[in-house]
Design a protein around this ligand. Structure first.
Ligand code: AMP
Length: 246
């Protein structure tokens, strides 16, 4: 399954035009997805995107797209540094991430809404997002925090495989592709993300606990936090998410 909307403006930058323009959605949602790396946010984002018609906007996907474009297009020094940090499992500096999101403000104004995944990741980023949305005359409807014990997260990450072209996410046992090693949607050979390697996973989990977990309090204080247990099959978690959103 790969029902992601066109994300040209998000993945390629402010000058790119989305070919698939959103229709007038019945239930526009502006959501942030929170959760430790490996909790299954990307899978839920794809399901939510298909259900609500809002784009799945992942800052990690922007850095991965920059990495894969490396051969043809030379990266700026800041973007090269970002990609190197990503491969080590470290966070990219707030300044660069915020520049990147501000350049893509059109996605935050999109009439189909949005699903932000992997951003914000620090309190400074959350405060900057609050300010940007206020400036754009809009606001978040909800922040979904996916919760799962760390041991289960580590098992999920070990089996995760990703399509480098269309970004579809699989798992060796929980969500295998129809043909082993190949993307169901576009046939590309699946990869294990470099930052899913064990050493990088450890760094990412600590970065989440230190920098991102405090965002739960930030959004709880604003009355938009919705916690969802992330155990079970993707479809069960999805149904739980819909129920929690009401
Ligand atoms: P993700 O796909 O969300 O797990 O992101 C992959 C990697 O990209 C992270 O481990 C970071 O190195 C970098 N990254 C993505 N989004 C952010 C962000 N909002 N702030 C800092 N670093 C980020």
């Amino acid at each position: 399954m790969n029902l992601q909307r066109d994300r040209a403006a998000w993945l390629q930058g402010p000058d790119a035009v989305c070919q698939e323009q959103p229709a007038h959605p019945v239930h526009r949602r502006r959501l942030v997805l929170l959760g430790a790396p490996g909790v299954g946010k990307g899978t839920q984002a794809a399901l939510l995107s298909a259900a609500f018609g809002a784009c799945h906007l992942s800052t990690g996907d922007v850095f991965r797209a920059a990495h894969h474009a490396r051969e043809g297009t030379p990266l700026s020094p800041a973007m090269r540094d970002a990609v190197d940090r990503m491969h080590r499992g470290e966070l990219v500096p707030d300044g660069l991430v915020l520049d990147l999101v501000r350049e893509r403000a059109a996605c935050l104004r999109c009439r189909a809404g949005f699903l932000l995944d992997g951003f914000p990741r620090t309190v400074a980023q959350a405060e900057a997002l609050d300010a940007l949305l206020t400036e754009l005359g809009t606001a978040l409807d909800a922040v979904i925090s996916y919760e799962l014990p760390e041991a289960e997260i580590v098992a999920r990450i070990g089996g995760r495989r990703t399509c480098p072209v269309c970004k579809a996410v699989y798992h060796l046992t929980a969500r295998p592709p129809r043909r082993a090693g190949c993307c169901d949607a576009c046939g590309t050979e699946l990869i294990q993300r470099p930052d899913d390697a064990p050493a990088a996973v450890h760094v990412r989990q600590s970065a989440y606990e230190t920098n991102t977990a405090p965002l739960r309090d930030h959004y709880a204080a604003r009355g938009v936090l919705v916690s969802v247990a992330a155990h079970g099959a993707p479809e069960e978690i999805f149904q739980r998410t819909l129920a929690a959103l009401g």
